[in-house]
Structures are given as structure tokens and as C-alpha cells.
Write a protein that binds this ligand. Structure first.
Ligand code: CA
Length: 226
């Protein structure tokens, strides 16, 4: 059973979300305070976090930042809940590592669809158990990448981008294809955050970041290494 943690201070929304997830077979827990939410993420390691942005104690952005920095939580996917008017907030949340967002008010059906999509793409099923591409080595058992024998600390999105590119060396990948692979669909907001995630991934790769090339008008590719 997959575990979902809801962090939302509006108790009736939290309960509505919990009710619908439970009805769909998820094991659900809810907290109504940010600080308590972060504690629970680290302790319980849920499969998915549903995170409201405006929270008492610790707001959603701070939680996202802390999750990214902690190896216990950086690969746990996050679906954020945002108010309709807050487009900038949505962008900021996605840039801080959230996987997707839902705009309030949302339908239970939409909620379940999004949650399922995130959990599905979290189950990484690469073709081979381990492979290497140049300085990169992928280990399926531990679901991790190492670079020149040093483990890389990647967010789920960075991990998926690197895996996808490494499996297709020397082949330019179209932005829309990347968006569909990572987020399940493409739209303008996710398109802008793709570049942010790519930038952060390159930074984490240090000198080897130049192996990821921007293909003008198309998207990205990882350089073929002989
Ligand atoms: Ca709130």
C-alpha cells in the first residue's frame, strides 16, 4: 500500500483529500502544521506528499527547500496545493522541486489522477539494472547515480532527466517529450521549470555538466561518449 502524507492547515480540505485517497486504496496520514509535517516526512518516508503552500509553523516553500537538501527526503515526490491567483507561487514551488500542483478548488477526480500519475512515474523501470555512460554509473537496485564513483544527490526530477538522457546518448530530446516523460503532460509553466531543473542538474554535475547540451529550438541531449 502506498503511503500519502497530507500537509494542509484547512482541516476540511485535508479531510476531503484524505477521504478520496483512502477510497482509492492509499494509506493516508494528515497534519495541519508545517513543522510537524516536515518531521513526519523525515520519519515516515511517505511515497507522496500533498503539500499546501500557506501553512502555519513552516510554509510550503521552506518545507520544499528542506526536503531538497535532506537525503532522506529529496526523492519523495510532492504535489502542491495552490490558490488560483498564485501563478508565481506555482512556478516557485515547481522550481523548488515540487513535482506537480493542483489549484484550489479542485475536484476529487483530478486529485486522484494527479496522485496516480506522480506515483506511477516514481516507479522507475529502466531497461537494464545497471549501466554506465561516460563518467555516469546508474545502479537500479539502489536507484541512484554516481559520477566518477561519487554518489550524486539528485531530486526525483533531476534523476529522471539524467536517466532519460543517458539512455539516449547523442540523440536530441524534444522539450515536449521530456515534459511528457517527467510530468505526464506539457504546458507553459512546466516548460519554464524544465530549464530550471536542467540548470540545477548541470550544477550538481560540476565540470561534467557540459555533457548536457542545449539543442536550440529542440531541447536537450547528453553528449555521446566514445
Ligand atoms: Ca493553508
Amino acid at each position: 500500500m502506498e503511503k500519502v502524507l497530507i500537509i494542509e492547515d484547512e482541516v476540511d480540505i485535508a479531510q476531503l483529500v484524505a477521504f478520496n485517497l483512502e477510497r482509492n486504496g492509499y494509506l493516508v496520514d494528515q497534519v495541519h502544521d508545517g513543522r510537524e509535517g516536515l518531521k513526519k516526512i523525515l520519519k515516515d518516508q511517505p511515497d507522496l506528499v500533498i503539500l499546501d503552500l500557506m501553512l502555519p509553523g513552516l510554509d510550503g516553500y521552506k518545507i520544499l527547500k528542506k526536503m531538497q537538501r535532506d537525503p532522506r527526503s529529496h526523492s519523495i515526490p510532492v504535489l502542491m496545493l495552490t490558490a488560483k491567483s498564485q501563478i508565481d507561487d506555482r512556478l516557485k514551488g515547481l522550481e523548488l522541486g515540487a513535482d506537480d500542483y493542483l489549484t484550489k478548488p479542485f475536484s476529487p477526480k483530478e486529485l486522484i489522477l494527479r496522485a496516480k500519475a506522480i506515483l506511477k512515474r516514481n516507479r522507475v523501470t529502466p531497461g537494464s539494472s545497471t549501466f554506465s555512460h561516460g563518467p555516469f554509473h546508474f545502479d537500479k537496485d539502489n536507484l541512484c547515480f554516481s559520477l566518477n564513483q561519487e554518489p550524486l544527490s539528485l531530486s526525483l526530477i533531476e534523476f529522471k532527466l539524467l536517466l532519460y538522457l543517458c539512455q539516449r546518448p547523442g540523440q536530441p530530446q524534444d522539450r515536449n517529450d521530456l515534459l511528457k516523460v517527467i510530468w505526464g503532460y506539457s504546458d507553459e509553466i512546466h516548460s519554464r521549470t524544465l530549464d530550471t531543473h536542467m540548470k540545477r542538474l548541470r550544477q550538481k554535475l560540476g565540470q561534467e555538466g557540459t555533457l548536457i547540451e542545449t539543442i536550440r529550438g529542440t531541447g536537450y541531449q547528453i553528449r555521446q561518449i566514445e
